[in-house]
Design a binder for this molecule. Structure first.
Ligand code: ADP
Ligand code: MG
Length: 695
């Protein structure tokens, strides 16, 4: 016999939930029954309950109870000419309680004809329309549920919750699982201390969960959501405050500010720093002088020049007799940094050695670099996560720079600390995506924030154009003409969230198609997430070994190919604005005018409106805010890297809530033994601190 369902049970123990469903739920951050209960719907479709179809206004959103008279499935031809397709559907006749007839059509659901039986009582929610088949009314694709006679309106009101979903899930199935889990709600532990609940008029957790999944009106849902979001943000903010406390008790080696270092650095730079770069550098220098380790996030758009700011910090640290580590997410980016840091530093600071450590480095060279680092001879060690390995030691580590990474976990910090002889290294992270300020405060509250909100002057914006599926030839002509002019192009294949394997396969098919039928005479290359040696493909492309690189979104982060002038993105509607902006940032890095083409497979007015923003807007912060407003920030940062629910993300649209929570967290932590008095919150915050890791 199966063990009884508990809050900690994996969701797979719920009825009718497959392993594939569990993977889908995991993408929503739902792994256990507890997670599922805390995953509230974001809204309810409200339908007016109509007692009799006869009295219903045509075109009304309605909920009706009716009894199935007959049902059958069939296949029809739909569309005209070339677009002609086969369409399967189920057609049913029902009668409401007063005997009025109702026709119902479900498209794409022929199986319903076998599932439903004449005599079944159905609750149907949808739009009532004049029937196309004769007199009376019909419903197309209503949501439906088979119900027992005894079910009253209370249950019906909860018929149509809308949950945040991922591909393969429906709100209906989700609410079925929630129903099975709801009896356990009473056992949920409340993270929010009772005085806080009182101060902010928050529901107890169990009540919020019950009422959130089955509200009687929108106000009940709103109150439930507010309560859960408040708790989530409170846990996060409490964790940040704990982290800040912990760090404040740590000792770093202060790095003295020296004007002559900056003068030399600026003199060696090929350009004038922007105001935003100078301001950020100044904020960094101030932190470096402290005895508490710097913990700062450098937040700036693609191409805003974060590297120069980091290089200035490295120069200062070097002048203080300390070493720096620079960590990049991939080997190719590490090599790119090696070149940049050398260009920024070696001319102005004779004797400042910048070295590379990645897995591709030959053994003898590797030994030489390791020795140089350990002896303190190498001033800057650039590499990938391999830098965290135990055999890498630095005699006098003063600063760690982590690029294109939002967060650096406690464990990784420990590894870094082990490398620094005495004291903690100062820490500087750089984002891959510009993050609106509210969100940065909510997500990276343990870090100080520097924002580079200004681009270097003289950049040509990437000419961006949304094209329909059938205008693809125009895109291909552009690729050809740019290649003929000696340039290179990226072709990005549609995002397939479901699986990297499928995505890789689709990219391979597209690559073969382009090579065979479209660009047969061009030099083509392919890169996707399932390849073992992505870096060498990218390197070859960067070196000009091919004209067109067909890729999945793996090329998203940081790769710099100045000669590439076209970014063609297939299925652009599947990407978020911020992600598209990231991809677009892969071109426009050289002097020549660059182009970004967004090909749309399934246009709809809202999709086109969203994508057209990219034609007009080139400011990454603004696009990120729009993305956050339109789709939720969760999408923007990638699947669950942020550890925050979609509901909480959504709630961040309201900055007042966040500041309310931040104040409350401070109050709790500052109060005499504040957090100690409420172990559930303290433990949750501590767990969260330990969980945060390099994503
Ligand atoms: P990102 O913030 O995306 O990491 P980079 O540091 O890679 O940006 O800088 C992008 C490009 O802009 C580099 O080629 C860099 O040399 C150049 N750059 C940076 N700052 C300036 C500036 N103030 N003026 C002109 N060019 C700059
Ligand atoms: Mg960069």
């Amino acid at each position: 016999m199966a063990p009884p369902l508990a809050l900690d049970s994996p969701v797979t123990e719920l009825p009718r939930l497959s392993a594939a469903d569990a993977r889908r739920l995991a993408r929503l951050g739902v792994a256990t029954v507890r997670d599922l209960l805390l995953h509230l719907p974001f809204e309810f479709d409200s339908y007016e309950e109509v007692a009799s179809i006869a009295g219903a206004a045509a075109d009304a959103r309605a909920m009706v109870m009716a009894t199935l008279v007959s049902i059958h499935s069939k296949t029809i031809n739909s569309g005209r000419h070339a677009a002609r397709r086969q369409l399967s559907l189920s057609e049913a006749t029902l009668r409401d309680d007063r005997g009025q007839p109702l026709k119902v059509v479900w498209f794409h659901k022929p199986y319903l004809a076998h599932q439903l039986r004449p005599g079944d009582r159905l609750a149907l929610a949808g739009r009532l329309k004049p029937s196309r088949f004769g007199p009376g009314l019909e419903m197309q694709n209503p949501d439906h549920e088979v119900v027992g006679i005894e079910l009253g309106p209370r249950r019906l009101a909860a018929l149509m919750p809308r949950y945040h979903l991922t591909a393969g899930l429906t709100s209906k199935r989700l609410s079925g699982w929630v129903e099975a889990a709801l009896p356990l709600a009473g056992g949920l532990e409340d993270l929010v201390p009772p005085p806080t609940r009182e101060r902010h008029r928050l529901l107890p957790v169990a009540e919020a969960v019950r009422q959130g999944h089955r509200p009687q009106d929108p106000a009940e849902l709103a109150a439930a959501k507010r309560r859960l979001v408040f708790a989530e943000l409170l846990e996060l903010q409490a964790a940040f405050l704990l982290a800040r406390r912990r760090m404040a008790s740590e000792q770093a080696t202060p790095v003295e500010y020296r004007q002559e270092v900056i003068d030399a650095f600026l003199a060696g730079l090929q350009f004038e720093m922007t105001g935003a770069q100078k301001r950020s550098a100044w904020e960094v220098f101030k932190d470096l002088r402290g005895e508490v380790p710097m913990n700062r996030l450098l937040n700036g758009d693609v191409g805003s020049g974060k590297t120069a700011v980091a290089a200035a910090a490295v120069a200062m640290v070097h002048a203080a007799g300390l070493q720096s580590l620079v960590m990049a997410p991939t080997e190719i980016l590490a090599r790119q940094h090696l070149d940049r840091f050398r260009a920024h530093l070696e001319a102005s600071f004779p004797g400042l050695a910048v070295e590379l450590l990645v897995s591709g480095v030959p053994a003898a060279e590797r030994r030489r670099v390791l020795t140089a680092a350990a002896s303190g001879h190498c001033a800057v060690l650039v590499g990938t996560h391999a830098l965290l390995e135990q055999e890498v030691t630095l005699a006098r580590l003063g600063l760690a720079v982590v690029d294109e990474q939002h967060r650096f976990g406690t464990r990784q910090r420990e590894l870094l600390r082990a490398k620094a002889g005495a004291g903690r290294p100062h820490f500087l992270a750089m984002t891959a995506t510009p993050i609106p300020r509210t969100l940065a405060l909510a997500l990276y509250g343990e870090m100080a924030l520097s924002t580079i909100d200004e681009m270097p002057p003289g950049r040509l914006p990437v000419a961006t154009q949304v094209l329909m599926h059938e205008e693809r030839d125009r895109a291909y002509r552009l690729v050809r003409s740019e290649v003929a002019a000696g340039r290179q192009a990226f072709v990005i294949c549609p995002l397939i969230e479901e699986s990297e394997t499928q995505e890789a396969r689709a990219a391979t098919v597209e690559f073969e198609r382009l090579r065979g039928h479209v660009f047969g005479d061009l030099r083509m290359a392919l890169v996707h997430g399932r390849m073992r040696d992505k870096d060498s493909v990218m390197r070859a492309f960067r070196a000009g070994a091919s004209d067109v690189l067909v890729a999945t979104s793996v090329v998203e982060v940081g790769v710099d190919v100045p000669n590439a002038t076209v970014m063609l993105i297939e299925g652009a509607e599947r990407f978020g604005l911020a992600q598209l902006h990231q991809l677009r940032g892969r071109v426009g890095r050289g002097a020549a005018r660059s182009h970004c083409i967004l090909l749309v497979d399934q246009p709809s007015p809202p999709i086109l409106a969203r994508l057209r923003l990219l034609e007009a807007v080139h400011d990454g912060f603004r696009l990120a805010s729009e993305d956050m407003r339109l789709r939720g920030m969760g999408e923007m940062l990638g699947p669950r890297q942020h550890g925050m629910s979609d509901l909480a993300m959504e709630a961040l649209q309201n900055p007042e809530l966040l500041s309310e929570v931040r104040q409350e967290a401070e109050l709790l932590i500052d109060a005499e033994a504040g957090l100690e008095q409420w172990p559930p919150l303290r433990e949750a915050a501590a767990r969260r601190l330990d969980r945060t890791s390099i994503s």
